[in-house]
Write a protein that binds this ligand. Structure first.
Ligand SMILES: [Mg+2]
Length: 127
């Protein structure tokens, strides 16, 4: 059995992890030099905020809807990625980190797992 893990809106979620005051607010993260939006949390997505749009084109819309805008902080994202991967690796025989928020798992000696869907939820909860 193989699994792919891909964190949703990773950069925006990391911002929320480290700043509880914005957890219930729409959040976007900007690319280097604040040029474009590179991450949109689900709340911001519901407002219609697209990824990869130049910031200047949507700046007033974001302000109007009280969207929290953060400059990217790649050291922070790498730190949380490492922590996330350290948790994930406990749940399989082999763990291959594919990107900052994606990894593959290979389960060779996990015949005891009856419900893989539930096992996925266990991993998600641990993360
Ligand atoms: Mg992702």
């Amino acid at each position: 059995m193989f699994a792919l893990i891909d964190a949703v809106s990773f950069y925006a979620r990391v911002e929320k992890v480290f700043d509880p005051s914005i957890r219930n607010k729409p959040v976007v993260v900007l690319t280097n030099n604040d040029g474009c939006i590179c991450a949109v949390c689900p709340m911001a997505r519901e407002l219609g905020v697209p990824k990869f749009i130049p910031y200047f084109k949507i700046k007033s819309f974001l302000a109007k809807h009280n969207v929290v805008v953060r400059s990217s902080n790649y050291e922070l994202y790498a730190d949380l990625s490492e922590r996330m991967m350290n948790v994930i690796t406990r749940y399989s025989d082999r763990h291959y980190v594919y990107s900052i928020d994606e990894s593959f798992l290979h389960f060779r000696n996990f015949a005891c797992i009856d419900d893989w869907h539930e096992y996925g939820h266990v991993i998600r909860k641990a993360v």
